[in-house]
Design a protein around this ligand. Sequence first.
Ligand SMILES: [Zn+2]
Length: 462
Amino acid sequence: MRSRILLISIFLLALGATFLFRKPHSAASGGAWHFQRQLEALSMFTDSLNAILADTLEIRTASVGEGGTLGALLFETGIEGSRYLSCCDLFIDSLGWTSVRVGDTLEAIYARDTLCEVRGRPRNRRGYFSIVFGDSARPVDWRWVPEENYRRLRAVTLAVTSTVWESIDDSGVPPDLTPTGHIVTARDSIREVAYIKNFEDQLANRLFVYDIDFYYDVQPGDSVWVLLEEVRYPGSMETSFSRIVAAKYDFALGGMTEAIPFFHRPDSLAPGGTVVILDHYHRDGASLRTMFIKMPVPFGRVSSVYSDSRMHPVLGYTRAHRGIDYAAPMGTEIYAVGDGIITFRGWSGGYGNIVRVRHANGYETGYGHMSSFASGQEVGSYVRQGDVIGFIGTTGLSTGPHVHFEMKLNGEYVNPATEILPPANPLEDQQLELFRLQLPVLESTWGRMTGGSLPAPPPEDE
Ligand SMILES: [Zn+2]
């Protein structure tokens, strides 16, 4: 045992030394790779280390073939009697693993010939169902255990050819998106499309939506420099797109539009809160976005405009309509049009189900007639511009599926159609100072990740 530990220590030391003293690599394409491979190697190593040290553990594995059943898996891994019945009950009734599919696996973990844990791994999901047994053969804990993951940064440069989609497809997708590095299964291709779609949506429809017209301004020869965040799942060997941290759009015909990140706490809205948000600014601290997006639904048709008097369709008499109605199919997502705090979420008379959000600078918005609310939010939750807060319905005084969208400024109704223009607050004072301090740090790190050729905008006259 001692010699084994000694061997392991030497191996660990050697690995650490490689890690610390390795030669700086040329980071020609995506400099984060080497480092991540080391981390993955280290985590695989500690896993196998644990397996070696756990002398007394025996793991029996079975996987589902054509026509396989849960019962057969349990039988194959030696689970019998009352434990067998408990596993069937818990997997199916409590954990919702109702049908096994080809490729799903089951692991039965025995400590000194006694079953201590059973893990069910559905093939295409990130995690496993766990049932833990106590000394008396009774299950003591059962739950879904999500797969561990970590976030990583990657620098990519897109050469704009015909469309942004194609550019991302050509050079934006990570080589380890899928377990094999290729698109093999249907799941792989779905995940590739999702990756490109998220990337494109964030770049064109969110980050640069007010600065670049991706139909008319974009030319072959342009390049886009993007520092992005991905989520890596070492267990299933997959990578997902998370968000764009920073971006520079370099026009072939001259000029550059930048999205420089600033992480901060939305103190003005949630004093003392722990929420840290990522916003993007131009080099001078001006925000890249407007305070509100145009519509609270992705594709809505205005069915009733803001007016101080109109004939109410349900009540049948003239009444002011201090909001805008957007008709959309039942269940369509409703977005918060700006960052803010949820101040009301529930039933309110003719509004039916309504969410109200308080924004900066004295603004408040309301979204009525919802069929249901988004999960994971409550009064006091901080929501970002574009976050889903509920779904189109026709609750309250309503003649069909639509959202009644209203906006107040300092307690008075205003017409949202004329209030969408104010830009989001720029960075000022201390925040602007901090932003200016962070900028060179960001650019030198990012520059190293791209191999040192990060373009800078032409100096401006002050
Ligand atoms: Zn309305």
